[in-house]
Design a protein around this ligand. Structure first.
Ligand code: FO1
Length: 314
């Protein structure tokens, strides 16, 4: 096991919807205070003068029980009166911001404008939601994932939401110099277990690993690192993720994603039963592998996946 900390610390690198749902399952099988989440901020976008942090907010709303369950983003019981008014002014509304959601963005913008680092702002927001985890942004520095598609460079959200990922991606990268947010490297170095949930390996987990120092700290950490495949039966669990894999030349298979992360990073990898044939290939790459049901249909199945990941870590 890793450093002997008082309570075992499980560090989870989290993107958006898939990670948030996985975390709900993980919290069902761990004690309070055991989980630290390092959230992706490459999806962040400034709109109407507000700083929107989709992956931090999806984790916050999901674990705070305020999420719009079907969408996996934004608030439950949402209204769009402000968005309607903005549209009447001809302001861009391709990225829909609901009225309740705007409360978060206004609060965040005010604190950021007062010079408060994003990690402290995120802690304040998490306090209101009484989150049962420590939620850290991967960096306090303003960054964004950018893509080139159809010969045009754009913000990831313009591609993902604006274009519905309809075009193949020629390039994808994290733009902006950045360093890990306070506490991120310590949490990783002192973790007993590090988990990579079924988030997008390119624009969610990949962007977190692109923050200077994070990947190398994980590779050096004592803790076992276990990932959950975001690909089941050759298709991404969340639509469109295969677009991003194609952009970096990685096949959309459970084994290809494991090998993309590599044995230097990963100690274990969970694949779905339908990909059981991939287990020997992943193990041959030096990564322990188990086939278990990976569809997160409900709380029970998600908790079982989290349990399987922790078991493989041990
Ligand atoms: N995704 C969409 O497909 N359409 C939207 O209009 C949209 C608005 C939006 C507003 C706030 C927020 O936190 C997330 C939002 N998302 C929307 C999801 C967003 O694109 C996420 O970054 C992705 O789901 C990837 O994590």
């Amino acid at each position: 096991m890793g450093a002997c900390s008082v309570a075992p610390v499980i560090v989870v690198l989290a993107g958006g919807v898939g990670a948030a749902r996985f975390l709900r399952g993980l919290l069902a099988v761990t004690a309070p205070g055991e989980v630290t989440v390092v959230g992706n901020t490459g999806d962040d976008i400034t709109l109407h003068g507000l700083r929107v942090c989709p992956d931090l907010d999806t984790v916050t709303y999901t674990l705070g029980n305020g999420i719009h369950e079907e969408q996996g983003w934004g608030r439950a019981d949402e209204t769009y009166r402000v968005a309607t008014e903005l549209a009447l002014y001809g302001a861009p509304t391709w990225f829909r911001l609901g009225d309740r959601d705007l409360g978060t963005h206004l609060f965040r913008r005010t604190l950021l404008d007062d010079g408060m680092p994003l990690s402290e702002v995120t802690r304040r927001i998490a306090e209101r939601w009484r989150l049962p985890v420590t939620l850290l942004p991967m960096t306090d520095d303003p960054v964004e994932t950018r893509v080139v598609a159809g010969g045009r460079e754009m913000h990831f959200q313009e591609y993902w939401v604006g274009l519905h990922a309809a075009l193949p991606v020629d390039r994808v990268w994290l733009a902006g110099d950045c360093t890990p947010a306070p506490g991120v490297l310590d949490a990783i170095a002192n973790a007993d277990t590090i988990l990579l949930p079924p988030s997008n390996p390119v624009v969610s987990i990949g962007t977190i690993l692109a923050v200077p120092g994070i990947r190398s700290t994980i590779e050096r950490a004592n803790a076992p690192v276990v990932g959950v495949s975001p690909v089941i039966g050759g298709a991404p669990v969340r639509g469109m993720a295969d677009r991003m894999l194609a952009a970096i030349g990685v096949d959309c298979t459970a084994a290809a994603v494991a090998k993309h992360y590599g044995a230097a990073l990963l100690d274990g990898w969970l694949v779905d039963d339908v990909d059981a044939a991939a287990v020997p290939e992943v193990e041959a790459a030096g990564i322990a592998c188990r086939a278990v049901p990976l569809w997160m249909n409900d709380a029970e199945s998600t908790a079982a996946i989290a349990k399987a990941a922790l078991a493989l870590a041990r």
